[in-house]
Design a protein around this ligand. Structure first.
Ligand code: NDP
Length: 366
């Protein structure tokens, strides 16, 4: 990457936390968000790494996010807990709910956590990977801002609505997938806009309802679900699980609430944990997990197959040793944040602000 700055993961965490604190996030939120951003950089999920810091800042500066809300845990039913994020960003609420959810799943066999009123701009694999590290199967579902047209339609309605799944393994990191129900994550389109690259076919339609390869047209129009009506149905399911099921908002309602177009929607997240040993008579975790290895072995015996999450684990080994490369413009923006300045970036990759796109990712203090 030309014009990039190499940072160790410790530097990433230090810089992200310093930037968040300087922009007046409370210490618990700054630490939890810095953890999330650093994990994303570590696993080379760049659209959820330092690149996301401006979204956290936008959420705060627009007044949509609380800088210091203390998440509140409560019990809704014997196997259902709730974490009210109270309009804070999701990483702290998810950190606070992780251990209680895992303990409840071990006690009850299956448990669910409703996260409400959380601004979410993160990837979901950290919450399910955490559960799998406890020997549990994990699922997570989040709805988001209305960006995706339902199959056959042309108007944005669904969020990019990711779902994640984790399966624990004996002596190995879990198998995890975490995928948007749109053909691509929105962050990927934003990165392509920033970098002047076109989109593959099938990702989006422009405001005129026609297929487009232009990222600016795609952001102004609608993204498409993956796999036509099948992805559209999954997006609909995620809307229902993260919204009405939890008494939280649908993506279009989150969009109506985000009047400042911060790109940091506020809504619900459903996390489910299942303890394998409680799902069969005389359950034996080690034997059940060994059984699953037969499937993974057979998959990997075919040329060209890899397990989801293996890319992240490979990246993890590399970045823990070598650090990561961060575009200089983004690095400069972070330095400005740390100096207590605002950066003219707002939701610079999006809708109303497309006119600012030449500045996107550039450090312009205001
Ligand atoms: P990708 O399409 O990049 O990857 C989806 C999943 O498929 C990953 O788990 C990936 O594993 C796996 N995968 C990729 N290639 C293969 C392969 N050849 N064989 C097997 N598995 C493979 O992700 P998306 O673009 O769909 O989503 C990116 C992220 O954006 C997600 O983390 C999601 O949570 C996040 N997101 C967050 C939103 C929010 O509102 N908070 C909204 C939408 C998305 P691997 O990581 O190992 O490559």
């Amino acid at each position: 990457m030309s014009d990039a700055v190499r940072m160790s993961l410790a530097d990433v965490h230090r810089s992200a936390k310093a930037a968040l604190l300087a922009q007046r996030f409370g210490a618990s939120h700054a630490n939890a968000i810095a953890n999330t951003v650093t994990m994303a950089e570590r696993d080379e999920c760049r659209h959820h790494g330092l690149f996301r810091l401006p979204f956290y800042m936008n959420g705060l500066h627009s007044g949509q996010a609380s800088p210091d809300a203390e998440p509140e845990l409560s019990v809704l039913a014997p196997a259902v807990i709730k974490v009210d994020a109270k309009y804070g960003f999701s990483p702290l609420a998810l950190e606070r709910g992780a251990e209680p959810l895992a303990a409840l799943a071990k006690k009850m066999g299956i448990a669910a956590m409703a996260v409400n009123n959380a601004l979410n701009v993160a990837a979901l694999w950290p919450e399910v990977e955490r559960l799998a590290e406890h020997g549990l199967v994990g699922f997570a579902f989040v709805a988001a801002s209305p960006y995706v047209a339902p199959a056959g339609g042309t108007k944005p309605l669904f969020g990019t609505n990711p779902m994640a799944f984790a399966w624990p393994r004996n002596g190995k990191p879990p198998v995890v997938f975490d995928q948007a129900s749109s053909a691509s994550a929105r962050g990927e389109i934003q990165l392509r806009l920033r970098d002047g690259r076109t989109l593959p076919d099938g990702w989006a339609i422009g405001p005129d309802g026609r297929a487009t390869n232009d990222p600016a047209q795609a952001l102004a129009g609608a993204q498409l679900p993956f796999g036509g009506f099948k992805g559209s149905n999954i997006a609909m399911m995620v809307e229902l699980l993260a919204g009405p099921l939890l008494g939280d908002v649908l993506s279009f309602e989150a969009g109506e609430r985000d009047k400042a177009n911060t790109g940091a929607p506020c809504g619900g997240e459903l996390v489910i944990a299942i303890d394998p040993v409680r799902c069969m008579a005389n359950g034996d975790r080690a034997r059940q997990l060994d059984h699953a290895e037969l499937l993974f072995d057979k998959m990997l015996a075919q040329d060209g197959v890899r397990l989801p999450s293996d890319r992240r684990y490979e990246a993890r080994k590399r970045t823990e040793a070598e650090g990561v490369l961060v575009p200089k413009s983004l690095h400069d923006s972070i330095e400005l944040y740390i100096a207590g300045k605002r950066v003219a970036e707002r939701n610079a990759y999006e809708g109303d602000h497309l006119t600012h796109r030449k500045d996107a990712g550039q450090a312009v203090a205001i």
